[in-house]
Design a protein around this ligand. Sequence first.
Ligand SMILES: [Zn+2]
Length: 157
Amino acid sequence: MADTESLLDPAMVYSLVAELKGVFPKLRDHPALVRSTTLEIIDLCQGDKNWTREQQLHWLLDAMRRKWRRWQSIPAIVELFETRFRDPRKPATTYPGLGPKPSIDCERCSDNTHFQNESREIVWCSCEAAIRMRAQCPDYVDMLNRINKMRASSKKK
Ligand SMILES: [Zn+2]
């Protein structure tokens, strides 16, 4: 699953998120929000049995436009996504209704290509899927760590 094919093109997602500036003025004033939203959406929209990554992306952007009167937050994006899809970062056991998760090749990272170490830092796995992803998107894990740091600091406020 989590090979390079399972990620959306960051430049494409970024330009679509930037278009939301027309609907959500807050995005105009906070370019970092556009970046972090882009990364979150790439991480969320990995496709599933019935939906491609692009279909999930367009569903999500459309739902934000239709349902939000003003800009909300990254966790709200995840919640919105979860009204329709499974968050690919959560273990399948938290979704008993969806049946067993398809078999995975790498037990260490569950084919996510990365995992959290004891100091809660996200690190690359060493499996084949991770090596491919790393070649394609070398900054990916750094970006995830940055998002986590931003989340942690916004929780403290
Ligand atoms: Zn792995």
